[in-house]
Structure formats: C-alpha cells, structure tokens
Design a protein around this ligand. Sequence first.
Ligand code: ADP
Length: 661
Amino acid sequence: MFKKILIANRGEIACRVIKTARKMGIKTVAVYSEADKDALHVEMADEAVFIGPPPSTQSYLLIDRIVQACKDTGAEAVHPGYGFLSERPAFCEALEKEGIVFIGPKVKAIEAMGDKITSKKLAKEAGVSTVPGYTEIIKNPQEAVEIAASIGYPVMIKASAGGGGKGMRIAWNDAECTDGFERATNEARSSFGDDRVFIEKYIVEPRHIEIQVLGDSHGNIVYLGERECSLQRRNQKVIEEAPSPFLDEATRKAMGEQAVMLARAVDYQSAGTVEFIVDAKRNFYFLEMNTRLQVEHPVTEYITGLDLVEQMLRVAAGEPLSFTQDDVKLKGWAIEARVYAEDPFRNFLPSIGRLVKYMPPQENEVVRVDTGVYEGGEVSMYYDPMIAKLITYGATRDRAIAHMRDALNEFFIRGVQHNISFLAALMVHTRFMTGRISTNMIAEEYPHGFSATDVPHDDPALLISVAAFLYRRYMDRAAQISGQLLGHERKVGSHCVVVMGGQQHPVQIDPAEGGYDAVYMGETYQIRSDWQFGYPLFKGTLNGTEICIQVERRGMVYRLFHWGSQADVVVLSPRVAKFQTLMPEKAPPDLSKFLLSPMPGLLTKVAVQAGQEVKAGEELAVIEAMKMENVLRADHDSKVAKVMAGPGDSLAVDQAILEFE
Ligand code: ADP
C-alpha cells in the first residue's frame, strides 16, 4: 500500500479522501489555492502545498503544478476526487511519466468514456442498451430538423463534450429544434470549447438511475447496486438515494450486468458509474459513464458497507478485489441531500460569503455529513457552491426519510443563503414520499420557483404553541429583571395572541415543570425545553414527542423553521392585538410593469424595442449567467414602453430591463 498520497482537489471530497487515507495509515498531502489557504482540507492533511491564485484554471487545473507538488513531497499516488482533473487523460499521462500512480481507471477508459458520442457507440457495440438516436455530429439546424423528424419528437440535442447538465436542449417541434441546436452549440462552445452536438430521443417522464461498478487490475469487475438520482433541478442532482424505489430485482440485475459488460469493454479498473435513463415501463438506456468517484457515492457506501475510497486505493495499489458479486449484499436504505449555497426563494440564486454560523446535525450511525467548510469559513465565488452533503440511513426508505427530516431541522447555517428549506420541502412532498419521481418532478411541482408558502405546515398548532413559549419566556425574564427594582414588580399575564400568516391565534400559556403549557383552540400542548435566548435551535418535547425548530429573531418577528416550512410570527399581548386589527396595511409596490433580471448576469441580447407590441411567450431578452443562456419571455401580451438596459450590461438581481405600458 502507498505510504503517502496527494489529493488533487478541495472541499468536501478532499476531506472525505483524507479521512479514509488516515484510517488506512496513509499520509496525505493537500494542494490549495490562495482562496483556500484556511480551508478545512488544508488543515486536515499532513502536509499542504500552495499551487496558485483562486481561479481553478490557475491552480487546481494546472497539471504541472500538481505533478511538481507530488515530486516535492514524495507522494506516490494522486486521488483526483471528482471534477477538476479527475477525467483528464493528459493528467494521467503526466503522472505516469513521473512514475506516480493515478488513483482511478487507466487512460484508455477515461478517453473512451470522456466523449458522449464515442462512449455511446462503444456501449452499443458492447451490447448495452442505448437511447435511440443519431450518433453522428450534426452540422447545421436544417440537418438537426431532418434527423429529429426521423427519430420522432420529442428529441434532445446534446453537446458531445457536455457535462454538468450544460449544452442540452429538449425540442418538441421543428422551431424548437432549430432554436435548441443553436443554443446547445453556443453553450457547448462557451463551456467546453467544443461545439459538436448530436441528437437522441427524449425519454418522457425519465428516471435517472446509475450503477456503481468496481474493477481491479486482475480482471475482476462487480456492480454495487444502483443509485436513483431523479430529483434534479436543471439537470443537476439534488437528492439521491440507494436503492431505487422503482427497480425490481430483475431490472436491477439486468442493469448491473450491462454496466459490468461496458466496464469490461474498456478494461475498467477502479470505481466508476454507469448512468442510465429509465422510462415509465422500466426500459433502460445508457447515458454515459463517469470514470471517477461520484458526488453521491456515500449512499452506496451505506447500503453495501464498503468504503469506496478504500477500494480505489487498494485497486490502484494492485490488490485484487477481496469479494465477488455474490458477496455484495444490499442492506437498508440511504438518502443524500446536497446542501448548496443558493437561495431557493430567489430562483436558486447562488450565494457567497462567510459562514457566520455553521452547525451541522450530530453525526451517528444513521447520519453522515460530508463537508469541507467550518463556522467562520468562506464560501467563495471561485468554486462549486456546495456546502455539505447530508446522508441518512434507515432499515427502510421511510426510516431514512424520517432521519433526513430530523437532520435537516437541525442543520443551522447563517451568513450565506442555503437550500435547506427546499430540501426539507422535498422530503415531505407526497410524490417523493411515494417514490413517484422523475427528472421533471421539480420543474413540474415548482413551475414558478419555490416559495415559503409552498410548504404549509401540517401542524400549525405546533408552531403557534412554540411561539407562545418563546414569548412567555421572554416576558418572564423581563419581569424578573424589572422585579429586582423595588416597586417595579410585574405580573405576566397568561394570555397572548400569536399572529401567523395574517391571522390572530389567541393562546393561554402558563409555566409548568421544565417548560410551559399552552392551550390553543381548547387543546393543551405541553412544551418542555431548556431553550434560552440566543439559542438558534429550539430543542425539546411537545406532549412527549421530541421536536427541533430553528428560531431566528428579526426585531419583533420570530422566524420559525421546521420541516421545510418557514413561518414569521409576532406574539402580542391581547390588548396590543386588539389595536393591531385597526392598523392599515401597506400595499407592496407594483412591479408587474417591469421586466426584472431574475439573476445576476450579463445581458447579451434585448430582442424588443420601445413601442413594440409583444405577445405572451415572445422572447424579450437573453441573459448569460453561470455559462448558461437564459431566455426571458413575455408572460402576457403588452407593449414595451422603455428599454432600460442594453447588451453588454452586467445586471444585478431585480434590475429593470424593460418597462411595459
Ligand atoms: P451531463 O453529462 O451533463 O450530466 P447526462 O447525459 O448525464 O449529462 O444527462 C443529464 C440529465 O439529463 C439526465 O440525468 C437526464 O435527467 C437528462 N437526460 C439526458 N438525456 C436524456 C434523454 N435522452 N431523455 C430524457 N432526459 C435526458
């Protein structure tokens, strides 16, 4: 086994690899950019080498620097993690030249699978089921339309060099096909510097199910079950689970065996993933093979009991697999939720900044948190905005979901926006709970984005009684302080009014042993908790059942967060509550007359002029953000009064582009 390895990556995956290396007694070397000098992976590793400025093109993607770092530290092998150099043949070759081992598959396998067109052809030859389509490069929109007609709509236009959901467009007719061809080509050119695109059948109501494979250098290859990754937003995975609630034993076996056939065809040695798309009738088709460790590998680790990084290290060191296909037994259920620095309430706008508070849930045998951040650390604009992966396990799917719901309640992050409420909302969504998911589910269920009102709490009395508890504890403390001054004793009344969702809820609240008893609508709620002011988590019991609610004080308002619901509450004395009903309401400003930029980005095109009539659905402007072209369309018929921004302008969120009459 190696004595020392270098991890050519950052963030959670670098930390995750270091953990296993440490467990195996292997010394670790981290590399880091200027932006990461205080990062967790640097602190965790035995040694760390500085490799350059923050942009990854000047640091984490520089092959020479990393090879030099290996030579300087005497690292015998390199684990590439995912992303960055993990699937670059040139990196493997550069390492090989210096006699350093690449902890991953051989160059040939990476090359064969690195291109969607080549890999699809190879899969077909190996007898693997592939999506019906045309595996030649499409030269122009006319050709795209002809081929689409021969395949039959709907079709998907895809960049051959694509990845991360970029350079893909769905078309249902000739017009969309022409438009999709241009956009996919443009995106492919700007993201990958390679504008080759091809066309295949678009599978309706598809599920994304992938098979984990593992091969060694002695010709042994096994499959380690599947992961279902159908919950995606804009083709990017949000929630993954293993096993899939959709597969039966026969399909699982057939997919596993085809994945092994493909791996065998490229002499695959290491951990790899064969992605399939599965239709409503359980027909499955090969999508692509990822020749590296996947972000979502922990769910497979939970249900197989294997450490995939350990297996990769053993294979790279030349050891044969210590088990056969028959030894692989899947047990229980695991779910992963990706916690991103993005604001779900603002169209998932990426967020950056300092993690003023970062309190992940406690890890135990059913809760795992893979992260590369810590409280006080920074989420920078240079890298992937993932804060952590939260993984839970249970004997059944329901148990794993229940643990995930609890763990999300406890995950407390402040300083950057995060998507925890969205993840929690998915966990209570009936389609998710019953396993009726597809890659379109998020788009179908949240067509206008996500808003706090999407998740009404199924037990508002819980939030109302906790709010009364917070109020009463505050009043009791205030009374105690002023009571110390003679003549200022105050008696705290038993009644208060909780204002939530614009409605007044009268509550009676009285002290009891270890907490308070609330009476709301004739029911008694016994709340017991040692919660104090400033605690972000309200932990305790409600009628004997454990609860955990996030509490944030914003002036007069308490913001409560529980199971994906977010409620702003104000608690008033009965007297003040009576006056409140007499207060006039402030009307929000009318923004419907403007086209506002939904995200920060570069305005690349304004398609209309002042005075022009526009029809609903007509293109108004194009914004490029995060290398994606976003077309803004009219949502109703109107007339443009004024154009307020022009091509080349950098737009802020909510900046006005057009004014309508
Ligand atoms: P990337 O390399 O960018 O991740 P993939 O080929 O893996 O691209 O596809 C990403 C996602 O796009 C899939 O998980 C699936 O949701 C969707 N997708 C890809 N091809 C098709 C298709 N032919 N029909 C329907 N959906 C597809």
